[in-house]
Design a protein around this ligand. Structure first.
Ligand SMILES: Cc1ncc(COP(=O)(O)O)c(C=O)c1O
Length: 373
């Protein structure tokens, strides 16, 4: 039998979440962020499922080309821009729009002689201190880019929020004010909001929003789940029990014997581990679904396997379905238990995990889950 670890991607959930983004930001256009292999979900099927978006955003040219190979002709924004004239040429040739975030990229674009002119987003650093120019330079740089021969106008403006996932943090208000002042009077489109901005900061919606994590049905806010925002998780991470053992009281489980059976009890071994992207630091008690019932993980996560306490499910058998996260077990909860963020878990699934897609609306998905498909 081949390895059971799999990630099932629900295309209907992706479409639903895009629809949610539209309802939350009804007066803006949407740039669906599908970088990092669509947050680990698979860039081609995700981009196809999200074809009703207005544009896509990715980190680099290779990711943009994967979208083109999937047959989509949407505008694609390269969020980190390009790093050579050859790359700029290829980006322009493939209908990509480039972010210009530093002096090197500015010089590249100003000097370029391109066959196809390129659309440009000027990135302003309003406090993230990652990419972008100081706000005070915005007007001058916008004018320079606007007259650059390689640029197809209009030059648009972008910034990124550092703390939007904390609705009480005053830095977001400061960033919004800085951006408003720096760009005042410039006649062009603007983009500010990531998922947290869309959900918590209506003032950040501007002309284009850039949802990432919410499209995958996951909340950007610590302590919340996507379901609370009427989102549907798009990924279900599954495997099977490959062994069921009877422990005696005092038996130690796994590497380091880090967990000891408090009584005679059944233990399940599931085929998933850090070699698949399950977090190695998930502690004792991290919830796992076996046949739809929550049971606690016990002992250390190893490369290929985890152990679960089956006292609540004494009838569990080899082959029973195990869910690590999905609509019935929020990835946010697993991330919190493991001391990380859901973004990292979703992006961290490894190549040996088998990906499949379903296209199941809510009712069908719920029915599928209840029959353990
Ligand atoms: C520039 C930029 N915009 C938007 C996003 C989407 O963010 P989120 O997934 O939190 O919605 C990202 C993701 O990191 C980003 O780097």
């Amino acid at each position: 039998m081949s390895r059971a670890a799999g990630a099932v991607i629900n295309l209907a959930a992706l479409r639903h979440n895009l629809q949610q983004a539209r309802q939350l930001a009804p007066h803006t256009r949407i740039m669906a962020v599908v970088k990092a292999n669509a947050y680990g979900h698979g860039i081609a099927p995700v981009a196809q499922a999200l074809h009703e978006t207005d544009a896509f955003a990715v980190a680099c040219l290779e990711e943009a080309l994967a979208i083109r190979h999937a047959g989509l002709a949407h505008p694609i924004v390269l969020l980190e821009g390009v790093f050579s004239e050859a790359e700029l040429n290829e980006a322009a040739h493939n209908g990509c729009e480039v972010v210009v975030h530093d002096a090197r990229q500015l010089a590249l674009v100003e000097a370029a002689r391109l066959q196809h002119a390129v659309s440009v987003w000027l990135k302003v650093d309003t406090g993230m201190n990652r990419l972008g120019f100081p706000p005070a330079q915005t007007r001058l740089l916008w004018q320079r880019l606007t007259v650059a021969r390689a640029v197809r106008g209009p030059v648009r403006l972008m910034t990124h929020l550092a703390c939007a996932d904390d609705s009480t943090n005053p830095r977001t208000r400061t960033q919004l004010q800085l951006f408003a002042t720096a760009t005042a009077g410039i006649q062009t489109e603007r983009s500010i909001a990531n998922s947290a901005g869309i959900l918590a900061w209506p003032d950040s919606h501007a002309d284009w929003v850039r949802p990432g994590i919410l499209l995958y049905g996951v909340s950007p806010f610590v302590g919340q789940t996507g379901a609370e925002e009427n989102l549907i998780p798009a990924m279900t991470m599954t495997t099977e029990l490959i062994a069921v053992k009877s422990l005696k009281k005092g038996d130690a489980v796994g590497y380091g014997g880090a967990w000891v059976a408090p009584e005679d009890m059944p233990l399940g071994i599931a085929a998933i581990g850090y070699g698949d992207g399950y977090p190695r630091h998930a502690p004792n008690g991290t919830p796992v679904l076996v046949d739809g019932m929550r049971v606690p993980l016990v002992g250390r996560v190893s490369m290929d396997m985890i152990s679960v306490d089956l006292r609540a499910l004494p009838g569990a058998q080899v082959g029973d379905r195990v869910v690590l996260w999905g609509p019935d077990l929020p990835v946010e909860e697993i991330a919190r238990a493991a001391g990380t963020i859901p973004y990292e878990l979703l992006c961290g699934i490894t190549q040996r995990v088998k990906f499949s897609v379903v296209d199941a609306n809510n009712a069908t998905a719920a029915a599928m889950r209840s029959v353990g498909q």
